[in-house]
Structure formats: structure tokens, C-alpha cells
Design a protein around this ligand. Structure first.
Ligand SMILES: Cc1cc2nc3c(=O)[nH]c(=O)nc-3n(C[C@H](O)[C@H](O)[C@H](O)COP(=O)(O)OP(=O)(O)OC[C@H]3O[C@@H](n4cnc5c(N)ncnc54)[C@H](O)[C@@H]3O)c2cc1C
Length: 491
């Protein structure tokens, strides 16, 4: 049987600085470059159709880019092990090249099964890191040096003209596994979401560096202007449309400035959070500090489940009666994006004020963040939900955030249009409207929700509860070991 190699694309949907493709070129065998939509993984609760749309857009872009080299990208609809077995029925697979994915439990399990299958069948699987993350690392010693070296490496150049082609005829039996018809919702580009693809990603990076970076730090905390002045590279990094090294190398050509250093730090945080998750991925399911397990489950058991369900419904649909909170959630549901400060506030409102289960909160947000990256998401959720026992406890007052970060209520106006007839102070706090004022503003925002809780009261109770937990012997006892195991210090 003909010997071939496979390049398995996952969350590395680009051609540039792509180690698996470069390795395939060097190996010199005919190579099948493929992506597979894996039915078993499509049920993962973190996934949303916006993620699939971004992938489809990225694959279309890749396909187009491969054409001048007379190379084809094969897109299958199959779990990968049955796909590999089917390929083995027609070819002898020599090596499988892919990036090293740091994902949720379902992809981790899938990768472990692929590892077993490769060992059993003698297929050599070479995985290449795409972030400054070391598999199996524990402890922080040496990570910083490793990261510097990773970032400084030159971009990998690949001459795709040298890659021996592998063409499957239309009637080849493997074509039966080809993706025949994708759900139509995945195919239609959505104007209010970022569009996936390496070309788009590079354009976004150029736009950011040429214009927005000069004002970066002035805007990153503001829900309205951060949309235009922060880099908006997160989804492109999450799906590997851009390599982190590519971004850093381009950044290195610029003169020093506070904006450049602030952005550089965040790129570094990206990898250090993913490294944390790689080193302790149980935090997808349980609090980092184990003492919170029983504290939280006892507390959750004391709450009224029907009321909790109603609070979750209000928070997750943007109907809490607090305009900035609702504007942030609606922005997320409509565009797949909200900035860092507002993500942090949404978690604080959900977990501290409304006392919702952090896991349900994490899943809802992950599903709707276009840039969902498990390695950033779960460590951030743990920090913001106060589950570590050593990070700063942040209990946001959404009204103060509203007045500070959206002073003119521009963001609120855009996403909570029912408040538009009100003057700015009442757009921040519509529940303060007196009956006399109500006569003056027509039409009245009658259909806007009344506040579901009193944030002053829930904030006070949360402070009391969280500090009593933080000061408990069990939480404190777990901290020294956790700090020792920390891969890197927190940003
Ligand atoms: C609860 C919570 C969940 C989050 N989940 C995700 C997630 O799933 N995916 C994700 O990419 N980011 C996540 N973040 C981090 C951050 O909010 C986003 O990276 C950022 O808002 C994306 O916008 P940007 O690309 O314009 O960022 P910029 O401000 O331009 O930052 C540049 C890049 O640095 C990285 N970055 C920025 N802030 C952080 C941070 N605090 N920690 C780690 N990396 C950072 C991102 O890759 C980002 O694209 C989360 C934050 C919170 C509080």
C-alpha cells in the first residue's frame, strides 16, 4: 500500500508558522491535509454554532490559500479514529502531524484515545506546541525562560511547493466520509460576529498595530470603545488563524510605548493561563482550592432551586434590570464578544450577587465567547468566582462600573434600546425614576425588567460570605501547596 502522511488540522487553522505542515514537507511523503468535524465532540456543552461558523470560514480561507499550490484541504465528517481506520484501509499511514491541543476534557480524552490507537497501529504521531506551554509541567521554575525562548524563535517557513500531493478521486471510497452538507447556520457569515480565517486575522493585526494600539490602554476597560481599540485578536488566536509568535514578532518591530508593553503582557498572560490549565485541568470541573467543594455544595443546597433557575434565566438572557449587566450579556449573545473587565463583572454578578453555580456560569459564557479558549477561560473563571483562596476577591458593584466605564450610556443605549428615551442618569439606573419623571418620558420602558436583586444588599452578603470562606481553616490550609504548584504567578 502507498505510504502517506497526515496533517490533522484542529485549532491551528493557518498556513504560516505552522510546524505540522513544515514537518510534513520535510518528511517528503504524499500528504493528506484534513480537518474533521467530529460528531461525538459536537455535543460538548461549550460549543455554539458561532464557533462552527468561524471554523467553516477559516477552512474556506485555507482551501483558497492552498489552491495555488495545487493542494487540497479535505474536510471530513467523522470521529477521527474511525477516519484513521478507514484511511488505513487504503494507505499505509506513516506519520500523523498535528499541533498539541490544550482543550476541554472531551478533546483531551479524544487525544488520549488517538495516542493509544497510534501506538497500537505503529503510526508515529508528532504533536507540536503552538503556545508557550509545556505538556505535563508542574511548578513555575524555568517557565519564564522557556516562554521567552519560545516567543523568540523565528517563524517557521514552509515551502508548500515541495509537499508531494495526494489527490483522492471523487469516487474514492474515503470520499464517503467527506463532509457532504454542513448545517446551513454554520455557512452564513454573520455581520455582527468577527469572520474567521488567516487572511482576516492578519488584516485585523495590521489594523490594530497601525491605528488602535496607540490608544490601547485608554480604552481596554470600556465596553463600548474596547471593541475598536483592543486588538480583537482573541478568536484568531483561539482557532490558530494567527500564531502568537507571529503577533509578537510584528509587535517587536514597533518603538516602545506603554500601550505596547500592556499588550505584550497580555500576550504573555495568554500562554501562562493556558500553561496553568495544562498543569491542572481538573479546574474544568472543580474549584482549584478543594476546600470550596463542600463549602459551595452546602451553600448551593441551602438555596431555593426554582428561584436560582429564575435568576440564571434573567442573567443569561440579559434581563436582570441592571442596564450595564444586561447590555454586556446581550452584546455577548449578539456579537460573541465583551471585553475583559465586563467578563469579570458578569462572573461577579452571577457567582457573588446571584449565587449561581459557577459551572453553569462557565459553560454559558464559554458557549457564547467566540474566542472560547479553555486554558484562559477556566483559570479566569476560578479567579473571578473566588475559588482559589489566594487571588483578590472582586465583588463588582455594577452601578459603579456603569457610571465609570460607560459614562454616556452609549453601550447601554446600543444593547438595551428600550431605555433610549430616558436621560443618561436614568439609563444607568432606570429603577430610580419617580412617578413624576415617568410622566415626562414617553414611551416608557415598561417592558424593561425590574431589578432582580438589590446589589447593595447582595454585595454586602457576598462580602461576608466570601471572606468567611476565605478565612476558614480548610481554605487557608490548601493555599501554600497551591501556591507552590502555581506554574506562574498571576497577572
Ligand atoms: C471570566 C473570563 C473568561 C475569559 N475567557 C476567555 C476565553 O475563553 N478566551 C480568551 O481568549 N480570553 C478570555 N478571557 C480573557 C480576555 O477577556 C480576552 O482575551 C479579551 O477580552 C479578548 O479581547 P482582545 O483580543 O481584544 O484582547 P486584548 O486586550 O487586545 O489582548 C490581547 C490578547 O491577549 C490575551 N489576553 C488578554 N487578556 C487576557 C487575560 N486576562 N488572560 C489571558 N489572556 C489574555 C488574549 O489572547 C487577547 O486576544 C476571559 C476573561 C475573563 C474575565
Amino acid at each position: 500500500m502507498q505510504q502517506i502522511n497526515l496533517v490533522w488540522l484542529k485549532r491551528d487553522l493557518r498556513l504560516e508558522d505552522h510546524a505540522p505542515l513544515a514537518a510534513a514537507v520535510d518528511a517528503g511523503l504524499p500528504t493528506l491535509i484534513f480537518y474533521s468535524f467530529e460528531p461525538t465532540l459536537l455535543n460538548d456543552p461549550h460549543l455554539h454554532e458561532s464557533h462552527q461558523r468561524f471554523i467553516v470560514e477559516s477552512l474556506a480561507d485555507l482551501s483558497k490559500q492552498l489552491k495555488p499550490y495545487q493542494l487540497r484541504l479535505y474536510v471530513f465528517w467523522s470521529d477521527v479514529i474511525p477516519l484513521f481506520e478507514a484511511i488505513q484501509g487504503h494507505f499505509q499511514i506513516n506519520s500523523l502531524f498535528s499541533h498539541q491541543e490544550i482543550g476541554v476534557a472531551s478533546t483531551f480524552e479524544r487525544d488520549k484515545a488517538v495516542g493509544v490507537w497510534c501506538r497500537k497501529t505503529g503510526v508515529r504521531w508528532r504533536e507540536f506546541p503552538q503556545f508557550a506551554v509545556q505538556r505535563g509541567r508542574h511548578g513555575r521554575k524555568g517557565w519564564s525562560k522557556f516562554a521567552d525562548q519560545f516567543f523568540d524563535q523565528p517563524l517557521i517557513k514552509t515551502d508548500l511547493n515541495r509537499l508531494p500531493k495526494l489527490d483522492l478521486a471523487a469516487d474514492h471510497p474515503l470520499m464517503a466520509l467527506k463532509c457532504q452538507q454542513l448545517p446551513s447556520r454554520w455557512l452564513k457569515t454573520h455581520a455582527s460576529y468577527q469572520c474567521g480565517g488567516e487572511v482576516q486575522a492578519k488584516q485585523q493585526l495590521d489594523r490594530f498595530i497601525e491605528s488602535s494600539l496607540q490608544q490601547y490602554t485608554f480604552h481596554i476597560s470600556k465596553p463600548d470603545t474596547s471593541r475598536y481599540y483592543s486588538s480583537r485578536l482573541s478568536a484568531y488566536l483561539a482557532y490558530g488563524n494567527l500564531s502568537i509568535r507571529h503577533v509578537l514578532h510584528q509587535l517587536n518591530t514597533l518603538p516602545s510605548s506603554r500601550h505596547k508593553s500592556a499588550f505584550y503582557s497580555r500576550m504573555r498572560w495568554h500562554c501562562h493561563f493556558v500553561q496553568k490549565f495544562e498543569s491542572d485541568c481538573r479546574i474544568e470541573f472543580e474549584p482549584l482550592n478543594k476546600a470550596y467543594r463542600s463549602l459551595l455544595s452546602d451553600h448551593q443546597a441551602s438555596l431555593d432551586p426554582i428561584q436560582q433557575q429564575a435568576l440564571f434565566e434573567a442573567w443569561s438572557t440579559g434581563n436582570t434590570g441592571y442596564p450595564l449587566v444586561d447590555a454586556c450579556m446581550r452584546s455577548l449573545l449578539q456579537t460573541g464578544f465583551v471585553n475583559f473587565r465586563m467578563r469579570s463583572m458578569l462572573v461577579s454578578v452571577a457567582c457573588h450577587h446571584l449565587q449561581l453555580d459557577w459551572k453553569a456560569v462557565a459553560i454559558h459564557l464559554a458557549k457564547h465567547f467566540l474566542d472560547f479558549e479553555a486554558g484562559i477561560h477556566y483559570p479566569q473563571i476560578q479567579m473571578q468566582a473566588g475559588l482559589t483562596g489566594f487571588n483578590t476577591l472582586r465583588i463588582y458593584n455594577p452601578i459603579q462600573q456603569s457610571l465609570k466605564q460607560d459614562a454616556q450610556a452609549k453601550f447601554i443605549n446600543e444593547f438595551v434600546p428600550e431605555l433610549a428615551p430616558l436621560p443618561t442618569p436614568l439609563q444607568h439606573q432606570p429603577y430610580l425614576m419617580t412617578p413624576l419623571e415617568a410622566l415626562m418620558f414617553e414611551p416608557l420602558p415598561e417592558h424593561y425588567a425590574k431589578p432582580i436583586v438589590d446589589f447593595v444588599e447582595t454585595g454586602r452578603a457576598a462580602r461576608e460570605r466570601l471572606w468567611s470562606w476565605r478565612n476558614s481553616a480548610a481554605v487557608k490550609a490548601a493555599v501554600p501547596q497551591l501556591l507552590k504548584n502555581q506554574v506562574v504567578t498571576d497577572a
